[in-house]
Every structure is written in structure tokens, then in C-alpha cells.
Design a protein around this ligand. Structure first.
Ligand SMILES: NC(=O)C1=CN([C@@H]2O[C@H](COP(=O)(O)OP(=O)(O)OC[C@H]3O[C@@H](n4cnc5c(N)ncnc54)[C@H](O)[C@@H]3O)[C@@H](O)[C@H]2O)C=CC1
Ligand SMILES: Nc1nc(=O)c2c([nH]1)NC[C@@H]1CN(c3ccc(C(=O)N[C@@H](CCC(=O)O)C(=O)O)cc3)CN21
Length: 291
């Protein structure tokens, strides 16, 4: 397997994990420890996010290059349009290929810290579909995933507009859609049906974030707009400051969510593991993955 395109080829189930660039040497050591654990589940590929404004771009590349080399796994670098010109994006892609990083999660990107709106860099791109078109045109062999929003992107006026924009990313040459995290499978099923109706035929891969801590997931969902089901909120808040009870509630929820998605025939699952392995490992031991 060379790129993330192959992860889902021929009816294979594509399991993937997403990391973020660690901020300290201790964080980096912990990350590689946890990746060592996750590799036991034989993922198809591992990705690493890319900080706003390209602040982490060298770290992102370093992490994925090392995961590829140490674990002999295909990897994808996230790449955003924030703060970079098209030529700087091209330079980054050349470096990635040189390091054996042959897949990209192509995103517009969040506004940099302290800013509330995305602003297009002069000589850069305003939307992910433009980035996808450049990659497909000039780095044709790379695997490309794009983001999909079962609950719509926060900035999109409605689901239909957001879907039309997803279609632009697919038409520009994306190989797969990885969704934003969500906790209502019905939202995913509705989104998948809408993709179908729009003529999107690439794999639509659910992105799941197993909750391990109530305060942390409240921060994350506030940023991305995902809704937690009320019974799950109740369970997490009933756990109070019992960290283990919060973890158990999160693993139980993610296990049921995963099992139902597998039974519905998804092409793969992408876990936002947040540089940890315990929760995803428990979930993956509890479910039955397709062959
Ligand atoms: N793991 C990660 O790093 C993830 C990050 N994200 C973040 O989500 C945000 C959005 O990224 P993308 O979905 O890649 O951006 P995008 O460029 O596809 O979409 C951004 C917004 O613009 C709209 N839009 C897209 N194309 C358009 C066009 N041609 N004309 C008019 N409107 C258009 C979309 O509906 C959406 O509201 C970023 O902040 C990204 O970093 C999202 C998912 C995962
Ligand atoms: N809009 C958006 N932007 C993203 O960057 C993003 C999404 N959505 N959706 C899915 C994942 C989730 N992502 C996340 C979520 C949480 C952390 C996080 O907890 N970061 C800690 C790091 C602390 C540390 O270094 O230990 C933080 O405090 O920022 C990181 C990436 C990145 N992704």
C-alpha cells in the first residue's frame, strides 16, 4: 500500500489514527510510545495535524516521517491553506514526498489563534478545493483526503451549501472524505445518503473521537460544533471528577458507536486519538472489525 487511496481499495477496511504535533520532547516520547501500542491494530495509515499558520509544519513532517520509518506504515500529513502561498505549499509537498510521505489531508484550515475569521493569504488559496486541485494537478500520485461535516461546517449557511462545497473538493480530485467528529450516528447516515445523492462515490470515512475527559470534549465540541447526545452528557457529568468513570463512559459510548458504524458498512474508521492509545485500544479490542 502506497497512499491512503489503497487503504479502502478492493473492499478493504481502512483503519486510521490521527495525531497532533507534540509541544515538548516529553510529549513526543509519549506519542511514540502510544503509536507503538496502536500499531498492533494494523492501521492502514496514520496522520498528523498541521498547526495554524504552518507554525508546526516542520514538526508535523518530522512526526509522520518518523512514524513511516519506525513502523513501516503509510502516513499522511495534514496541510492547510493558512498563511502560505501556493509556492510555499508546493515546497512543503516536495519535502513531504522526499520524506516518503505520500498522502495529504487537504484542508483550508482554522483561523490562526486570536483571529476569528479565515483570511486568504495573497498568492495562496481560499478554499480546500483549490488546494486539492493543485495537489492533484502537480503531485498527481499523492493520496488526498478531505474533511466532511455530518453536522455541517460552522461557517456553512446550511447542509446543502456545505455538501456542494464538499462536491467541489471531490471533483478537484480527492480520494476519500474523513468526517469531522460526531456523536449522533444518524447525522452520519444522513450525510452519507446526501453524499450518495450528490454523486460522491469516494469512501466516506467516519472520524471518531473517543471521549476520555468531559472538560476536554466540551472545549473541542465548542470549537467544531459537534453535539453530544444528552444521555451521554448526563453520564459524563454524573461521573463528576472521577476520571476513570469519565474514561469508562467514553469508551463504552465509542464502542457502541463504532460497532453500529461497522454494521452499517463503512469503508473504514479514523480515530482522533489525541496522541494517546488507551481509549482507542479498548474500543478496538471490544468491537469486531471487518477483515
Ligand atoms: N483534523 C483536522 O485537522 C481537521 C480540521 N478541520 C478544520 O475545518 C476547517 C475547514 O476546512 P475544510 O473543510 O478543508 O475547508 P473548506 O475550504 O472545504 O470549507 C470551509 C468553509 O467554506 C465553505 N466552502 C468550501 N469551498 C467553498 C467554495 N469553493 N466556495 C464557497 N464556500 C466554500 C464550506 O462550506 C465551509 O463552510 C478548517 O478549520 C480545518 O482545519 C476539519 C476537520 C478535521
Ligand atoms: N476545526 C477543526 N480543527 C481541527 O484542528 C480539528 C478538527 N476541527 N476536528 C478534528 C480534529 C481534532 N483536533 C484536535 C483536538 C484537540 C486537540 C487538543 O486537545 N490539543 C491540546 C494539546 C495539548 C497538548 O499539547 O498536550 C491543546 O490544548 O491544544 C488537538 C487537536 C484537530 N482536528
Amino acid at each position: 500500500m502506497k497512499t491512503l487511496r489503497d487503504a479502502y481499495a478492493g473492499g478493504r477496511f481502512g483503519l486510521s489514527f490521527e495525531l497532533f504535533p507534540p509541544k515538548s520532547p516529553a510529549g513526543e516520547a509519549a506519542l511514540f510510545h502510544h503509536v507503538g501500542r496502536l500499531v498492533e491494530f494494523e492501521p492502514s495509515f496514520i496522520t498528523c495535524t498541521y498547526g495554524a499558520g504552518g507554525s508546526t509544519q516542520q514538526k508535523t513532517l518530522e512526526i509522520v516521517a518518523k512514524v513511516r520509518k519506525d513502523f513501516d506504515l503509510p502516513v499522511a500529513t495534514h496541510l492547510t491553506c493558512v498563511g502560505l502561498t501556493a509556492d510555499q505549499l508546493r515546497d512543503y509537498l516536495r519535502q513531504a514526498i522526499e520524506a516518503g510521505v505520500l498522502s495529504v489531508v487537504a484542508l483550508r484550515g482554522d483561523p490562526p489563534k486570536g483571529e476569528t475569521a479565515f483570511t486568504k493569504t495573497a498568492g495562496g488559496f481560499g478554499y480546500a478545493n483549490e488546494l486539492v486541485a493543485m495537489i492533484r494537478g502537480e503531485f498527481a500520485e499523492m493520496g488526498i483526503a478531505v474533511a466532511g461535516y455530518p453536522e455541517k461546517h460552522l461557517e456553512a449557511p446550511d447542509l446543502a451549501t456545505d455538501l456542494a462545497n464538499l462536491k467541489r473538493k471531490i471533483d478537484a480530485g480527492a480520494d476519500a472524505v474523513i468526517t469531522q467528529l460526531f456523536y449522533h450516528n444518524e447525522d452520519f447516515f444522513r450525510f452519507r445518503d446526501a453524499c450518495d445523492a450528490a454523486g460522491i462515490t469516494t469512501p466516506i470515512v467516519p472520524g471518531l473521537l473517543p471521549v476520555t475527559n468531559f472538560a476536554q470534549i466540551q472545549r473541542i465540541t465548542a470549537l467544531c460544533g459537534a453535539k453530544l447526545p444528552q444521555p451521554f452528557i448526563d453520564k459524563l457529568s454524573a461521573a463528576g471528577d472521577d476520571d476513570d468513570a469519565q474514561f469508562r463512559a467514553g469508551v463504552e459510548f465509542a464502542t457502541e458507536q463504532t460497532q453500529q458504524l461497522i454494521e452499517s458498512g463503512v469503508a473504514g474508521i479514523h480515530y482522533y486519538v489525541l496522541n494517546k492509545s488507551e481509549a482507542a485500544s479498548e474500543v478496538l479490542r471490544a468491537v469486531t472489525l471487518p477483515a
